[in-house]
Design a binder for this molecule. Structure first.
Ligand SMILES: [Zn+2]
Length: 563
């Protein structure tokens, strides 16, 4: 937009004075107060503006906000360039030499200006309780994809309406979870294929979710009840999703010894359902015995792409995973929530214990020393302890029998979340180097100081910028930004975000690449990232100088079939 003439501007400025506190003007004014760069627009200001009318040639504010003197990294991966960025009505209005005035001017000298980061793999359904999403925005994340690993809100329409009425700090999008759909249609978790009626019900649920704005279908094929689904069932549901141009995002059936079979299954879904497929949190886990197969895995993905399949992947930047401790207990034992019942039968109990020992042995492990309890509500004293130490505290012994007893005790007392150390840094770096790998946290919104959760929720994006860009120089800064912005936006079809372009939403991150830093560790995860001068969501400042402003300008995003 060009400079407005004073005459054109007059009615606008009057209404600005009279209606101060309305709509976007209210937002702009709130920001003005906070920033302390100008006074709230009052009647007096209006009179002043009227007086200025005699000087009809004087330039007048045209934009809500201008960011000057920053180095722009536009999200494409292209080299950074110096330019101003102007924001109007929550969207980017101009990029280049901007001479207009604005209500707010941010001096970004020494900072880079990038699109807001998009985290395509989260479990942030708890954003309704924790609407500030502080751990995310304080590492530059402005858009979250929920509903991963097969678990989502079932009624997408109602869920997104709740997001809107809650007012959250970040933009929220969701997938529809296959596990949630399967559990609802089949009335629980069953070790069998769905019957025809159940299959129809599942297809209807997926179609409705897609019509109501879901961005795709997720599976969690190690979890109940998704783990009991055969590939045919998934293909059939993915076909429904593909009709709406959704993506298929999968926590695959194996990330360890059977990863090649798991990949083959994902490719089959992509091929038969003609759907884009995302490998969620790609990794080689399960212990040393499964490491060093990245060349092979990447070649398989490349072959699939050459065949014409649209396969991409995301990754978190830590050598430990995190999920429910229940993963240590065989699915068949937990099926139908009948674990306590089965454990009461001594021969069944023994079978479960033997199976757990066998699984350790297959992965060439002696015990559960690689597992740390993240949060066990029944006895928080065990949080932060590895299983042998926790067994010692609970039973006075850390024998393998007592470690297994502890896992089963926890599982029958409400369960716990855990951190599993078992990924090679070298493998992680090989996966990160692949140009189609985006970074995603696999985290929920963190409750400050609660439990000892995986640090990825506080540090993932800052870790990419600090450790892998600045320290190890494994990825160029511009490419790192691409993997957090345009790559996830185009892969998941998130419209008008992920690039700095006039007309795109003004989700912006301003940081000093020399200073940006994560601080969360496995032992002490509750530390926010630092180095973020500004994080804006839809043109509103949500983080300023590493402090959350309490603003909640996030939107509920609904998938539209075309970008
Ligand atoms: Zn997962």
């Amino acid at each position: 937009m060009a400079e407005l003439s004073a005459v054109q501007f007059l009615p606008v400025s009057l209404s600005l004075g009279e209606r101060a506190g309305v709509g976007r003007n209210r937002t702009a004014e709130r920001q003005l107060r906070r920033l302390g760069t100008a006074h709230p627009i009052t009647i007096r200001t209006c009179l002043l503006l009227l007086a200025l009318l005699v000087l009809v040639t004087a330039p007048l504010p045209a934009y809500d906000l201008i960011i000057q003197n920053g180095r722009v990294i536009d999200g494409t991966g292209n080299p950074a360039f110096f330019a101003d960025v102007a924001v109007e009505n929550g969207r980017i209005a101009a990029i280049g030499k901007v001479t207009n005035e604005a209500l707010i001017v941010i001096d970004a000298r020494g900072l880079v200006v990038t699109p807001g980061f998009i985290d395509v793999h989260t479990h942030a359904e708890d954003v309704l309780d924790l609407p500030l999403a502080e751990n995310f925005v304080r590492m530059g994340v402005t858009t979250l994809m929920l509903g991963n690993c097969g678990s989502s809100a079932l009624d997408v329409k109602a869920f997104l309406a709740r997001v809107e009425s809650t007012n959250v700090s970040v933009n929220i999008a969701t997938l529809i979870g296959h596990g949630s759909v399967r559990g609802k249609a089949m009335g629980g978790s069953f070790m069998r294929p769905p019957n025809a009626n159940e299959m129809e019900a599942m297809k209807t649920m997926v179609a409705e979710a897609m019509q109501n704005g879901a961005f795709g279908l997720s599976t969690g094929l190690i979890y109940l009840p998704g783990t009991f689904a055969k590939t045919d069932e998934i293909v059939e549901l993915a076909r429904v999703c593909a009709k709406y141009d959704g993506i298929y995002a999968s926590h695959m059936r194996s990330e360890s010894s059977e990863i090649k079979e798991a990949l083959a299954e994902l490719f089959r879904v992509a091929r038969e359902a003609k759907i884009r497929a995302e490998i969620s949190h790609i990794k080689l886990s399960g212990g040393r015995v499964n490491w060093r197969k990245t060349d092979e895995i990447i070649r398989l993905i490349e072959d699939a792409r050459s065949e014409g399949l649209d396969v991409t992947q995301d990754l978190y930047l830590y050598t430990a995973s995190s999920t429910s401790l229940s993963q240590l207990v065989p699915e068949e034992a937990r099926e139908g929530e009948k674990l306590p019942e089965r454990l009461r039968d001594s021969s069944e109990r023994q079978r479960i214990i033997d199976e757990m020992k066998g699984s350790l042995k297959r992965n060439k492990r002696d015990d559960y020393g690689y597992v740390m309890i993240a949060e066990y509500k029944r006895d928080p004293g065990l949080n932060g302890l590895r299983i042998p130490a926790a067994a010692k505290r609970h039973f006075g012994s850390n024998s393998l029998e007592d470690q297994i007893n502890l896992v089963l005790t926890i599982q029958t007392n409400g369960g716990a979340t855990a951190v599993f150390h078992g990924i090679s840094e070298d493998d992680l770096q090989q996966f990160l180097k692949h140009p189609n790998t985006m970074v995603a946290s696999d985290s929920g919104v963190r409750r400050w100081a609660e439990g000892v959760p995986h640090p990825r929720g506080y540090g993932n994006n800052a870790r990419l910028l600090g450790r892998y860009v600045r320290e190890l120089q494994l990825v160029r800064l511009e490419d790192a930004v691409r993997r957090m912005t345009s790559l996830p936006a185009t892969t998941f079809r998130i419209r008008d975000r992920g690039l700095l372009r006039p007309g795109y939403w003004a989700d912006l991150v301003l940081f000093d690449p020399g200073k940006v830093q994560e601080h969360a560790t496995f032992d002490e995860p509750h530390h926010y990232a630092t180095g973020f001068a500004y994080v804006l969501v839809n043109g509103v400042t949500v983080v300023k100088d590493d402090v959350h402003t309490r603003e909640r300008p996030g939107k509920a995003l609904r998938h539209q079939p075309q970008l």
